[in-house]
Design a protein around this ligand. Structure first.
Ligand code: NAD
Ligand code: IPM
Ligand code: MN
Length: 352
């Protein structure tokens, strides 16, 4: 089990540190290596995704990424931005399906701004297409013509791109509550029209799955109104990005949400949140999203389901004792920083 850590920038470094410590606790035979990505990679090598990092990714069995970005690099040319490094590594690894589970830890019910009876029992997963759509479509650019600037991007999906991610979502639904909601904007966008038709065709292979289609604007509302109606949500790259940040508040904080990206080979695991420049360096980051991402790695890349469960139980148990980072402080008995939270979780694993 060769795991490559790509801590990145800001709190990415802090939370990957936590996740690695937890991994070492549960699976001491994991071989770890590290490489640069994002702004720190740009500062050292002049590119956000250096060749050396790509070489190490090729040798790894799984990759654990923190987050990239920060205002220091915001004025850089598009291709040199930290975010471009992240998109390139996803594309290079061909991890086309990004799984973003949203589950509620019971003791955090009061930490969400939503009413407890609305969120109690939520267990949904967003399957976000990750290597296509408007993030990657061409042409793109900013041009000046007759003294007027225009900025443009292309939202394009091909049938094979939709089919493969749809199959991942249907397969997941099969193992869950057998409900799939495909989210699009087919009332306006041709790419969504194709998305909907393609998902309908794949559905023929999954007669046991109850499929419904929903427009993305309605879905954004339904996630707040009645999130329990969802089991698996399948959607395109940009919609999945936005809906998952929204859905994180059901779980109490963006810092709670993990993700795992799968494709044909090596998996990529990263928390849903970004580099959080506003709290970086203050030991205030919630490491649980990153730690749960490491648990997803054990489950999806290494089939070590028991170890993944052990991590989740330990988190559940620490939270139930009222130990909280500041972002989920509501109802806390003890407010702790990133490092202390990690120590508590590791101690709990030791005692399981
Ligand atoms: P962000 O996710 O970094 O932060 C949004 C808010 O959530 C901030 O107030 C932050 O403090 C809080 N937050 C995020 N993670 C947290 C955690 N673990 N614990 C406690 N609070 C947490 O989003 P942003 O501020 O819009 O973006 C900052 C930078 O991160 C940008 O450069 C952006 O491009 C980048 N970004 C990177 C990724 C990634 O690498 N996967 C994801 C999102 C944003
Ligand atoms: C995420 C992030 C990234 C995305 C950015 C930083 C490129 O927001 O992983 O959710 O939009 O995919
Ligand atoms: Mn995002």
């Amino acid at each position: 089990m060769r795991v490559l850590g790509l801590p990145g920038d800001g709190i990415g470094k802090e939370v990957v540190g936590s996740a690695v410590d937890v991994l070492k606790e549960v699976a001491s035979d994991i071989e770890l290596d590290y490489a640069l990505i994002g702004g720190c990679a740009y500062d050292t090598t002049g590119t956000p995704l250096p060749e050396e990092t790509i070489d190490k990714v090729k040798k790894a069995d799984a990759v654990l990424l923190g987050a990239v970005g920060g205002s220091k690099w915001d004025k850089l040319n598009h291709n040199l931005r930290p975010e471009a490094g992240l998109l390139k590594v996803r594309s290079h690894m061909k991890v086309f399906a990004n799984l973003r589970p949203v589950r509620i830890f019971r003791s955090l019910l009061s930490a969400s701004p939503l009413k407890e009876d609305i969120i109690d029992g939520v267990d949904l997963i967003i399957v976000r297409e990750l290597t296509g759509g408007i993030y990657f479509g061409k042409p793109r650019g900013i041009e000046i013509k007759d003294g007027v600037y225009s900025g443009y991007n292309t939202l394009v999906y091909t049938t094979p791109e939709i089919e493969r991610v749809a199959r991942v979502a249907f397969e997941l639904a099969k193992k869950r509550k057998k409900r799939l909601t495909s989210v699009d904007k087919a009332n306006v966008l041709e790419s969504s029209r194709l998305w909907r038709d393609t998902v309908d065709k794949i559905a023929d292979d999954y007669p046991d799955i109850e499929l419904n289609h929903m427009y993305v604007d309605n879905c954004a509302m339904q996630l707040i109104r009645d999130p329990k109606q969802f089991d698996v949500i399948l959607t395109q790259n940009l919609f999945g990005d936005i809906l998952s940040d929204e859905a994180s508040m059901i779980a109490g904080s963006l810092g709670m949400l993990p993700s795992g990206s799968i494709g044909d080979g090596t998996g990529l695991y990263e928390p849903v949140h970004g580099s959080a420049p506003d709290i970086s360096g203050t030991d205030m980051a919630n490491p649980i999203g990153a730690i749960l991402s490491a648990a997803m790695m054990l489950k999806y890349s290494f089939d070590m389901i028991e170890l993944a469960d052990k991590i989740e139980y330990a988190i559940e148990s620490v939270l139930s004792r009222g130990i909280r980072t500041p972002d989920i402080a509501f109802g806390a008995k003890e407010i702790v920083g990133t490092k202390k939270m990690t120590e508590y979780i590791i101690d709990e694993i030791g005692g399981v």
